[in-house]
Write a protein that binds this ligand. Structure first.
Ligand SMILES: N[C@@H](CCC(=O)N[C@@H](CS)C(=O)NCC(=O)O)C(=O)O
Length: 213
């Protein structure tokens, strides 16, 4: 891989860019630029200079990471794993064997089953009935995480990982479907544990957000 001299993250407060900002803060990368996006009522996302975000990322989704001012990388779980690959010594993430694929399976579960599941509650057609359906569905998926956290402090073991960064950010959105996190006491303790980490605190503040607790 050619050397990475500069990273740029396009972010929108309350979106999934917080996940990647936490990963960047944990990695201690030096030359990182954060470029704030804005979203209009009709959903269109713009850059600070007023140009359309789709000029940078044709998919129009957040987050986007730009490497060395030229290469564009999207899909949050892939962006996070790319950052881990740059500085594996900074992260707790298995690099080989079945453990690596199990960790990737968890990331895939978070993106396809949890994030995309919750986002159904934001669709224009989401009335009370749809929101209740989403809440029931997401509750079953969070129960899976709750059970993991009954025997370990974090989702991949005894240390914080990119899976925790992602799952934590999804818990900031569960109000969208009216689900109450207090149904999951292990997850509540885990959220509090995560919010004690200095790099998480920095990421939340620099993203322009407040901690949950
Ligand atoms: N597959 C993408 C999906 C990302 C995604 O849905 N991001 C949301 C914000 S958290 C978004 O960009 N929504 C704006 C839109 O859908 O137009 C990923 O995993 O990064």
């Amino acid at each position: 891989m050619s050397p990475v001299n500069k990273l740029k993250l396009y972010y929108l407060p309350l979106s999934n860019s917080l996940f990647i900002r936490i990963v960047l803060e944990q990695g201690g990368f030096e030359n990182v630029e954060y470029s704030k996006l804005t979203q209009k009522e009709d959903g269109t996302i713009y850059l600070e200079d007023g140009s359309k975000y789709t000029d940078v990322n044709p998919k129009g989704w957040i987050p986007t990471l730009v490497i060395n001012d030229k290469d564009v990388l999207t899909e949050a779980v892939v962006v996070a794993q790319y950052l881990v690959s740059l500085r594996p010594e900074k992260y707790f993430f298995p690099q080989e064997g079945l453990a690596k694929y199990k960790a990737m399976a968890l990331l895939n579960f978070l993106t396809t089953e949890i994030q995309k599941g919750i986002m159904v509650a934001k669709k224009p057609f989401a009335d009370e009935k749809v929101k209740n359906w989403v809440a029931d569905d997401i509750a079953k998926r969070y129960q899976y995480l709750e059970d993991i956290l009954s025997s370990q402090d974090f989702l991949l073991g005894d240390q914080f990982s990119i899976a925790d960064a992602y799952a934590y950010n999804t818990t900031r959105w569960i109000g969208l479907c009216g689900l109450d996190i207090n149904r999951f006491p292990n997850m509540v303790n885990w959220q509090k544990r995560i919010e004690k980490l200095d790099f998480v605190q920095r990421a939340i503040k620099n993203e322009g957000l407040e901690p949950i607790y």
